[in-house]
Ligand binder design. Structure first.
Ligand SMILES: *Cc1c(COP(=O)(O)O)cnc(C)c1O
Length: 415
């Protein structure tokens, strides 16, 4: 006799509520990205598939502003790209320097520690960025093989300037990796001009897609390091006396194998996540059709309008605004307003999601994003109007229409 386990009550097909996602990510995807994801699947070695992969590589070279041949996708959310970069570039015992200016710096340090690196961190106060000279001093002191530096950290909204860091790394023979997940597409990023050896991102911020694919680009120097590690082909270790530490600790994130899969040899590794490939391709296509600089300008304008709007409501803004990312602002929760209840009211009554915050900022600020598809005037104005109504309901004295008015002024000035 088999035991019959009662089946579940079968729910209806998935039918999400209408939402305007105005948090620090994920954001509402471009409609064409959602359409691309519903396109039919093809086999892994179908000529259509290999063409779509090659097209995606070419599109992302333009997104990253690079000529790097090794420009591809790692399947998984943004941290899949982060892990792939770090475990593939770092051998156990290597020194890694991580300047930490928010939550994601801690993530890079944690991942490097798991990769058995000797991790050194320097920290700055939340809401600040590092001067290049401070990073150089730490490089001279620590002598790392890799510098791992977040560009835009949504936890603090700061955008770490990167343009001088590559030259510093080159001078001291250090590989330069940046996590540009939250910033790519909405803030300038010039992989080649800034001397990046590795950079990774995700789709669910300024690129306007769902999470689940991580674009990555690698310089020739980074590829050489990756190629110098132990190789495994078709499950067989390359002959010779290769030290165990030469093999990348992860199979899934072994960039050597992932490069062989995306490269001309097309050696089987994982099964490419076809629907995510379509999504990533469409995110880049939409961005480049509008124009890379135009998309950054649209984020800059929406960010400036949102900043003026929250200030127009009399709210304070956290951090060094001169170094704020274009696409997210940390808004101080006014005295007496229950932050979580107000956020819930925005979601339940207006269908608008804004973000809470972490660590030292928890309970002090909300984070409001204007990114990708939602870096739009109507999304900015709707959010400000709803925020005003909610603040008023929770007893805050806010200037009537002050938020929308200030944002409209920014858009009028730019028209
Ligand atoms: C949002 C964000 C991530 C997200 O990683 P996921 O794995 O996609 O959740 C990583 N890094 C930074 C800097 C981010 O802002």
């Amino acid at each position: 006799m088999t035991t019959v386990i009662p089946g579940p009550a079968i729910p209806g097909p998935v039918d999400p509520p209408a939402r305007l996602l105005m948090g620090p990510g994920p954001i509402s995807a471009y409609p064409s990205v959602l359409r691309a994801m519903s396109a039919p699947l093809v086999g892994q070695y179908d000529p259509f598939m290999t063409t779509a992969m090659a097209e995606t590589q070419e599109l992302y070279r333009a997104v990253w502003n690079t000529t790097n041949d090794a420009t591809l996708l790692v399947d998984g959310t943004s941290r899949a790209g982060i892990e792939a970069a770090i475990v593939s570039l770092v051998r156990p015992g290597d020194r890694v320097l991580v300047p930490v200016f928010g939550r994601f710096g801690h993530l890079l340090a944690e991942i490097a520690e798991r990769a058995q690196a000797e991790v050194h961190t320097i920290e700055t106060e939340w809401g600040q960025v590092f001067p290049a000279s401070v990073i150089e001093e730490a490089i001279v002191r620590v002598k790392p093989t890799l510098l791992a530096l977040v560009q835009g950290d949504t936890s603090t909204t700061m955008n770490q300037p990167l343009e001088d860091i590559g030259a510093i790394c080159a001078r001291h023979g250090v590989l330069f990796y940046s996590d540009a997940t939250a910033s790519l597409g909405g803030n300038a990023f010039d992989a080649d001009a800034w001397g990046l050896d590795a950079a990774t991102a995700g789709l669910q911020k300024c690129l306007g897609g769902p999470s689940g694919s991580s674009p990555i680009t690698l310089s020739e120097r980074a590829v050489e390091v990756i190629r110098s590690r132990g190789r495994i082909e078709a499950g067989i270790r390359e002959a010779g006396d290769v030290a165990a530490s030469d093999f990348v600790l992860s199979n899934y994130f072994d960039l050597g194998m992932i490069l062989d899969y995306w490269g001309p040899r097309r050696l089987n590794h994982h099964t490419e996540a076809t629907s995510m490939l379509y999504a990533a391709r469409e995110c880049a296509r939409v961005l480049l059709l509008e124009g890379r600089d135009d998309v950054i300008a649209r984020h800059e304008l929406a960010g400036r309008a949102m900043l003026a709007g929250v200030r127009g409501l009399g709210l304070g803004v956290f951090g060094d605004v001169a170094h704020k990312m274009t696409n997210v602002v940390a808004v101080e929760i006014p005295e007496g307003v229950p932050g979580d209840a107000a956020r819930s009211a925005l979601l339940e009554d207006f269908g608008i999601e804004i973000g809470t915050s972490f660590g030292p900022l928890h309970g002090r600020v909300w984070r409001i994003g204007t990114m990708g598809y939602n870096a739009r005037k109507d999304a900015v104005l709707t959010t400000l109007a709803a925020l005003e109504a909610v603040l008023r309901r929770f007893g805050a004295a806010v200037p009537a229409g002050g938020g929308v008015e200030a944002a409209v002024d920014i858009y009028a000035g730019a028209a």
